[in-house]
Write a protein that binds this ligand. Structure first.
Ligand code: MLT
Ligand code: MN
Ligand code: ZN
Length: 306
């Protein structure tokens, strides 16, 4: 399979429009060695197929499609390589790009869990609004471990895992998360047997999540924050990483420790990186530490063949 990283930043992107933190100011001025990034999304297709699955629809989706020619195979007057969209949560950075797909001639094939469907028809009724345009052909993602397929992308199989994280602020149960608010996805290439585990929002690594990670050829996991208090320490609000459902990389029990437990052959990639995270600076000590640990920092346009 081929995984294209369309967007590797967390909500807000990098640089974030209103931010003058060291990274955001530095990337604008060219004084910090780092690359701009759009908001969190990947496109996955089998090796021999033009058609694939879009994971998350970011507000930057149109820019991402323009930047990746494989998303527009141009086989007809109106065409797309996006055979279906799978949502990992119902947050703004992963769902508002659905509006950008409204010119379709047929209902948009969309896979999401029940809690995400509720949030996107009630608190933030994107799917109801889309009903006035192309409409949505919604498929339910169950959490019982049953594999599912996306028609048109027959070479891949998908299996969702409930993750410990947080639903969006407009969710009626924001402070009482339920299974299915956030999921991780195990993606299997049925021809080669290759597997990838994708979880851009991951608050805690439970035994089933670790098992899924350990069995995968590549993991693309939550790279949002380096430290739990990254934003409060900069004076940006009071939200800690863990309080909004993101496991920080550094420190005891952090993502780096978990990734070190994976088999040596596993490709380890961080994705959904917040603009405040020091790992964006390619000359930082934090980035050097990741390199020593053989942990990659996803960039927009990165291709991961498996
Ligand atoms: C998150 O991942 O925590 C959210 O997407 C943050 C946001 O975009 O507001
Ligand atoms: Mn997010
Ligand atoms: Zn910033």
């Amino acid at each position: 399979m081929r995984i294209s990283v369309l967007g590797s930043a967390a909500g807000g992107g990098f640089p974030q429009w209103n931010c003058n933190c060291r990274n955001c100011a530095g990337v604008r001025a060219g004084s910090v060695r780092c690359k701009p990034r759009t908001q969190s999304s990947i496109f996955v297709r089998p090796d021999k197929s033009a058609d694939g699955v879009l994971f998350n629809a970011s507000p930057d989706l149109l820019e991402q499609i323009r930047a990746r020619p494989e998303l527009q195979p141009a086989r007809a007057l109106r065409d797309t390589a996006i055979a279906g969209v799978v949502l990992m949560d119902g947050q703004v950075d992963h769902a508002t790009g659905l509006f950008m797909l409204r010119e379709r001639g047929t209902p948009l094939p969309l896979w999401c869990t029940d809690p995400v469907h509720d949030d996107l028809t009630q608190g933030n009724p994107i799917l109801r609004v889309l009903g006035h345009y192309c409409g949505v052909d919604r498929h339910r993602i169950g959490l019982d471990g049953t594999a599912f397929r996306v028609p048109g992308v027959e070479g891949l199989s998908f299996r969702a895992l409930a993750l410990s994280s947080k639903p969006a602020p407009y969710s009626p149960h924001r402070e009482q998360p339920v299974d299915g608010d956030n999921i991780g996805m195990l993606i299997t290439d049925l021809a080669s047997g290759a597997t990838a585990f994708y979880a851009p929002g991951l608050g805690a690594i439970t035994p089933p999540v670790f098992d899924a990670m350990a069995g995968a050829d590549a993991v693309l996991v939550d790279g949002t924050f380096w430290t739990d208090d990254e934003m409060p320490r900069l004076g940006i609000g009071h939200k800690t990483a863990r309080s909004i459902g993101h496991l920080p990389q550094s420190g005891p029990g952090g993502m780096i420790e978990w990734l070190a437990k994976l088999p040596a052959r596993t490709r380890r990639c961080l994705i959904h990186i917040n603009n405040t995270n020091p790992i964006l600076d390619e000359d930082s000590d934090e980035r050097a530490l990741l390199t020593r640990e053989r942990i990659e920092v996803c960039e927009d346009g990165m291709l991961i063949p498996l």
